[in-house]
Design a protein around this ligand. Structure first.
Ligand code: PLP
Length: 407
């Protein structure tokens, strides 16, 4: 058998041919063919480094700057406000460090308790080192944070507010524009990873200082993200050693990835209304099928007004990790939290912050649909879940865990 890397891309039939229904679109989404085609053309036809002064370099630069202008236009920003990064983890880190570096410690920061680890772990690290004091805002049972709570925590020495636009685990859409007004002149970072390409996002109207996004969440390539930085904002770079992107994010620009990102975003914005209607329908079908099978779960998160493609549920009394494992074996991919933490058996900090009871948090599973799923697939997924839930309900959890691990 060939051991080269390319053989992993299309494994031989005996390796893994089991069909898998992918209901984990918040972890990542398949590359859109238009993005793949645009990237292939870049790799084939543009050999230059976008920082080189010769014509080969200028051609690459032209493609890169067109990608930047496209992204800026679609997100209602200026091209000079767009930085390409390696992903949203880097974009979030760059925003937080970049906005605060050089200011005297300890920094007073106000944050939502629903943030992705690429925000929350940075803040926790600073807190542990005594470099920052973090006021975590309360969240309600529907995953909302409220401007009045932000207002009560603002101090003259507050250096940063950070609140995400849409939550990755349970799909709440947060009132960022109102929160940014409440924050007044305090720099405001917004992680918009799960919103960009799914719901309309205007950098200008949100009124935030920095905003992050990630191409692979909207059918763009993995390995490229965005940080929008409001004009006139001082941002210390995380990396040193180059002048690219105004020195704020040095390093050779990945032209093809930037073009793939812009192309995927263009398609996502053009098809947004159609995709949203389809995703809402999928979510309804999924819940309807679960109810039909008499295994109606508790829904964690917003009852209405959340992201159209996310549903986080708990089946009373059933531990989420066991159900997750059984669903995986049965050919259904879902998640127990953010992709970075989903290998962990720890209860979701997001659901805990919403004040949900421990057993409900322990039982929680996230299902997130891409527009590529069909009604038939989500109905089939719900039937698989119903069968596994009924099976588990007849056995005690420790027995079941032991049986699953020894399979
Ligand atoms: N922020 C949120 C809300 C996310 O859901 C994710 C990824 O799951 C990230 C940030 C990190 O994005 P990336 O995978 O591009 O590093």
């Amino acid at each position: 058998m060939c051991s080269c890397v390319a053989s992993w891309i299309s494994p031989s039939p005996e390796v893994d041919t089991h069909p898998i229904i992918d209901l984990d679109a918040n972890a990542t989404t398949p590359l859109h063919p238009a993005a793949a085609e645009a990237m292939a053309r870049c790799w084939r036809d543009l050999g230059g480094n976008a920082a080189s002064a010769h014509r080969l370099g200028q051609r690459a630069r032209q493609a890169l700057e067109t990608a930047r202008e496209t992204v800026a236009h679609l997100l209602d920003a200026e091209p000079t406000e767009v930085l390409f990064t390696s992903g949203a983890t880097e974009a979030n880190n760059l925003a937080l460090h970049g906005l605060l570096a050089g200011q005297p410690h300890p920094w007073h920061i106000i944050a939502s308790p629903l943030e992705h680890p690429s925000v929350s772990e940075v803040l926790e690290r600073w807190q542990a080192k005594g470099e920052a004091t973090v006021d975590w805002l309360p969240a309600d049972a529907e995953g909302q944070v409220h401007p009045s709570d932000l207002r009560n925590r603002l101090r003259p020495q507050t250096r940063l507010v950070t609140v995400m636009l849409a939550n990755h685990e349970m799909g709440a859409v947060l009132p960022v524009a109102r929160l940014a007004v409440t924050a007044g002149g305090v720099p405001f970072h917004c992680d918009a990873v799960q919103a960009v390409g799914k719901i309309p996002v205007s950098f200008r109207q949100l009124g935030v200082t920095t905003l992050s996004a990630s191409a692979h969440k909207f059918h763009g390539p993995q390995g490229v993200g965005l940080l929008l930085v409001r004009q006139g904002t001082a941002l210390e770079p995380l990396l040193l050693g180059g002048h690219q992107q105004g020195g704020r994010r040095p390093g050779t620009e990945p032209v093809a990835l930037a073009v793939g990102c812009a192309t995927a975003l263009e398609v996502a914005c053009r098809e947004m209304a159609e995709r949203t209607a389809h995703l809402r329908r999928l979510r309804e079908c999924f819940l309807e099928e679960l109810r039909r099978a008499a295994v109606a779960p508790e829904i964690n998160g917003p009852i209405s007004g959340g992201l159209p493609h996310v549903v986080n549920v708990s089946f009373a009394g059933l531990p989420g990790e066991v159900l997750f494992m059984r669903l995986d074996l049965a050919g259904l991919a879902c998640s127990r939290g953010s992709a970075c933490a989903s290998g962990s058996l720890l209860p979701s900090p997001v659901l805990r912050a919403m004040g949900l009871p421990a057993d409900r948090v322990q039982a929680a599973l996230r299902f997130s649909f891409s527009y590529l799923r069909t009604e038939a697939e989500v109905r089939r997924a719900a039937q698989i879940i119903a069968a596994e839930v009924s099976h588990l309900a007849t056995r005690s959890a420790p027995q079941q865990m032991a049986a699953d691990y020894t399979r």
